[in-house]
Each structure stands twice: as C-alpha cells, then as structure tokens.
Ligand binder design. Structure first.
Ligand code: BJW
Ligand code: ZN
Length: 280
C-alpha cells in the first residue's frame, strides 16, 4: 500500500454516501479466525471441504461435521474484533446508508459495532433442524475448560495474534435432535451446492446495484455467487476499492488495490477519508 493509493481510496470513501463493504475471511484473520484458502493457515489446507462443508458430508457423518463446527464456533467465541472490524463500524457510523455484506459465519462484525450485516453464508450461531428447518438452541459453551472471552474495554480492540484455529479438533460430536421432528440439528451455514439465503442475496445485489463505492476486504473472490457482488457494483459504474495482502481475480476491476492486512489498512483508510475524526 502506497501513500497515493491510500489517499485516492480515502478520497473515494469521503465522497461516498451509499458505500457497500463486502467482507471475507481475511477480515477476521487478525482476530485469529483462520481463513479457508491461505497457504499454511487456511482451513482447506488441513480439512477436505467435501468431507465437512456439503450436505452429503453431513448426511454421511453428522457427528464429524457437527463436532468440527462446534470446535470452530468455540474458537470464534474466544476471538475478538480487530481494528479492521472497528474501522468498518466507523464507516457505517459516519455514512448511515452503508451496507455491510459478509461471507463470514463469525459474529465479529456485530461485536465490532455493525449490528446487522447482510449474511450471505449464514452463521455459526444459528443452528437449525436439517429436516424441518426449525431454529435450534445453541449448545452450552461449557465444559468449564472453555476460556471465557476477555473483557473488552474498546481501547485495544485487536484480537491479537493468538490463533483460534481448530488446531485441537475436539472430534466427532453427535448433533442435538430437533425438538419438533427429532431429525439432527445442523449448522446454520451455507454449504457447497446449497442456495444462498434468498433475502440476503437479494439485499446484497440491491445494495451493490445502488452503491457509489464498493470496498471489498479479505476475500479471495473465488466462491460464487458471492464473488459476483463486487462485479455488480463495478458493472454499474461504482468504484471498487480492494483491501487484501495479495492479488485476487478482482484486481482488474478495482479502482484502487490496497495491499495489506485489513486490521492496518482499514483504520488508515478511515483516517485518510476523515483526517479530523478521532476514529481508527
Ligand atoms: C486477508 C488477510 C488480512 C488473509 N487482511 N485480507 C460459478 C463458477 C464456479 C463455481 C460455482 C459458480 N457458481 C456456483 C459455484 C459452485 C460453488 C463455488 O463457488 N465453488 C468455487 C469454490 C469453485 N458455490 C456454491 O456451491 C454456492 N452455492 C451455489 O452456487 O448454489 C447453487 C444453487 C442454486 C439454487 C439451488 C441450489 C443450489 C454455495 C457456496 C457456499 C460457500 N460456503 C463456504 C463455507 C461456509 C461454512 C463454513 O464456514 O464452513 O463459505 S466455503 C468458504 O468460502 C466460506 C467462505 O464464506 C467462502 C469464501 O471464502 P473467503 O471469505 O473469500 O475466504 P478465502 O480463504 O478464500 O480468502 C481469504 C482472503 O483473505 C485471501 O484472499 C487472503 O489473501 C485474504 N487475507 N489475511 C485482509 N489480514
Ligand atoms: Zn425438525
């Protein structure tokens, strides 16, 4: 990231009235939540998505899949929003028509100050029946070995370098049974081959169609249809600014590529847009 690129992105953000912030796993990487496709640390380097993130995988071995997601959910519970999440909240506070669209299944945007992001791929915190779709309660986070989240005073919001990756995979765990029909409860996320929630997808397309800036953060832009959201905005003339340490397929359509980690670049971008504000 160079000074002129940051300054140009800051100008675009300061001029925007209806920005969309579109986020992927890299948004939460500095909170210690692993991405999917990064070399060394990505989940798909260690786990086969076909065995864990498809409807067929759940049918074949519900305990394997449920246990893996429970381990990840507990990891996310221990993670904290990082300065990038706070910067997104600062943008939304400054520009009330901001729409935050996330592919992430964690709750770090909410805890970072964005109460209702548009969720394209569901949530780790919204399990439902695999047969009748009735929402199911979250399992208790006990046993007592689970560390409680650190109290957070807002002064040092970084989740820290500590990884909350499912290193110590707790192993298979039978899912609870639905209180209505008795079928196994499943994670409330979108697996490969499943349709995205139609209301969320429609809201995302509408926001991207009407935005005057799209800021894409921490996504490899390889998974469809979510990856088409920045393309919709670009096609209709909105500038696209990308925050990512490495190139992605979106580079070519971006007005500005800010190469760097979200937790550093986004606060710098907010400062560049509104130098007189005490944010970031
Ligand atoms: C940092 C950073 C830092 C690191 N700061 N940045 C068109 C073409 C080809 C294929 C398809 C197509 N249309 C559909 C498909 C099939 C498939 C698909 O896209 N496959 C491709 C992978 C080839 N799509 C689907 O199956 C979708 N469903 C569908 O199309 O249904 C059709 C249908 C219609 C009607 C009825 C029925 C069916 C569903 C996709 C669901 C994706 N689910 C997952 C798992 C969610 C649950 C879970 O968490 O386990 O969603 S997969 C995974 O990928 C997860 C993510 O949300 C998603 C995107 O990943 P993301 O966020 O981009 O992460 P990474 O790891 O890929 O990238 C991280 C980035 O961060 C990198 O660029 C880093 O450099 C960067 N980074 N540190 C900033 N500090
Ligand atoms: Zn049921």
């Amino acid at each position: 990231m160079t000074g002129p690129e940051l300054a140009e992105a800051g100008r675009l953000l300061a001029a925007a009235r209806r920005p969309v912030v579109f986020t992927g796993a890299g948004m939460s990487a500095e909170s210690g939540v692993p991405t999917f496709r990064d070399a060394q640390t990505g989940l798909w380097q260690r786990y086969d998505p076909q065995e864990l993130a498809t409807p067929a995988a759940f049918r074949a071995d519900p305990a394997l899949v449920w246990g893996w997601y429970e381990t990840r959910r507990r990891g996310v519970r221990r993670a904290l929003p990082n300065p990038g999440h706070r910067a997104v909240a600062a943008i939304a506070a400054r520009l009330p028509e901001t729409v935050v669209i996330t592919q992430n299944v964690d709750d770090l945007h909410e805890r970072g100050g964005v109460p209702a992001p548009v969720r394209l791929h569901g949530s780790l915190f919204a399990p439902r029946c695999s047969a009748c779709a009735r929402p199911a309660p979250l399992p208790s986070d006990l046993p007592p070995s689970a560390d409680p989240p650190e109290p957070h005073d807002g002064a040092e919001p970084h989740g820290g370098a500590e990884s909350h990756a499912p290193e110590a995979h707790d192993g298979p765990l039978d899912p609870p049974a639905c209180a209505d029909c008795g079928a196994p409860v499943r994670p409330g996320v979108v697996w490969f081959g499943e349709a995205l929630p139609s209301a969320a997808l429609a809201a995302a397309v509408e926001a991207a169609s009407g935005c005057d800036l799209l800021l894409t953060v921490g996504t490899s832009a390889l998974v469809h249809p979510a990856a088409e959201i920045p393309l919709v905005a670009a096609r209709l003339g909105a500038p696209v600014v990308q925050v990512n340490p490495v190139p992605t397929p979106l580079d070519a359509i971006c007005a500005v590529n800010l190469r760097g980690p979200a937790g550093e670049v986004l606060p710098a971008l907010v400062r560049a847009a509104w130098p007189d504000d005490a944010v970031g």
